[in-house]
Design a protein. Structure first.
Length: 298
């Protein structure tokens, strides 16, 4: 129902605004959730035992996630507008469809990045520098599918930066024994959901010459996804042990494992609508873990 309301919101917006809202994918909130949730895990794990996570920090990162995902989508569509026209699923995107010009997109991108910078400047110096460092990944990620069969890995590095940033925003610097395994777990998670996502477009991708893990793994996809899931769960256990997490946390990790196992077992890589459904269900995975972290802290 939440995604329904987001799509409704965009449809209800004034007509001149709609292409911009669609450009930042406001009508498809799943991606924003997947960017935001690793931030919440990190903020949650950095919270003092017995306390609830800082709601102000969670809100700041929420706004930041909407802006940075919007900026990422804008950059992506600017690089890809010629590809997008050739793929049925993406041909209606504002830039590909000619609803807005490249120059308008560039101005809009400047606006989103400026607002995101304002959010970043609310944090400590360490976090400002750490956050700024992710911009290189945000800008180069969309080019990766032209170069490598592993663009999903680069997306993982980009999308899970919040796993480092959340902790440093709360604590003033990174505790690497917790942040690195958490970051690695997030990267593995991205490889799972974005490979599933990429299976939607594989026929078009082959025709236009775009690479992805879906094309790399082909029929072996489920074996690879199982391996990534296992690596994610082990890393989450390491992160939990290194910051003395308690039973609810590990229960949540087990629930995440069960959810991923079900996703992979029932996935039909040749049905785009099933791939989309499984991809979108990863929001639940992230929320489960966050609840486990909060309860584990309490």
């Amino acid at each position: 129902s939440r995604s329904f309301s987001a799509a409704e919101l965009v449809r209800a917006a004034p007509a001149p605004l709609q292409p911009y809202l669609r450009l930042m994918r406001l009508h498809q909130p799943t991606g924003t959730w997947l960017l935001y949730l690793p931030c919440t895990w990190s903020i949650g794990l950095a919270t003092a035992p017995g306390c609830l996570p800082d709601w102000r920090m969670l809100s700041l990162f929420g706004v930041g996630a909407v802006l940075m995902r919007g900026a990422g989508c804008t950059i992506n569509d600017m690089w890809d507008r010629d590809y997008d026209r050739q793929v049925a699923r993406t041909a209606s995107r504002p830039l590909a469809a000619g609803d807005i010009s490249t120059f308008q997109s560039l101005v809009f991108l400047g606006g989103q990045l400026s607002l995101a910078l304002c959010v970043l400047l609310c944090l400590n110096y360490y976090s400002i520098i750490l956050g700024a460092a992710s911009l290189f990944l945000v800008i180069t990620y969309p080019l990766m599918k032209r170069i490598t069969y592993w663009p999903q890995l680069v997306l993982g590095f980009t999308f899970n930066w919040g796993a480092l940033l959340g902790w440093s925003a709360v604590k003033g610097s990174c505790e690497w024994s917790v942040c690195l395994p958490l970051y690695f777990a997030g990267v593995m998670w991205t490889l799972v959901y974005d490979t599933i996502y990429a299976h939607q477009d594989k026929r078009d991708d082959i025709m236009i010459g775009v690479k992805s893990t879906a094309l790399q793994f082909r029929e072996d996809t489920k074996h690879w996804l199982s391996g990534f899931s296992l690596a994610m769960l082990l890393s989450l256990c390491v992160a939990g042990m290194n910051c003395n997490q308690t039973f609810p946390y590990y229960s949540a990790v087990a629930a995440v494992g069960a959810h991923l196992a079900h996703q992979i077992h029932t996935l039909d890589i040749d049905k785009p609508e099933d791939c989309w459904k499984k991809f979108a269900s990863n929001r639940t995975v992230g929320i489960l873990l966050f609840i486990g972290i909060v309860l584990g802290n309490l």
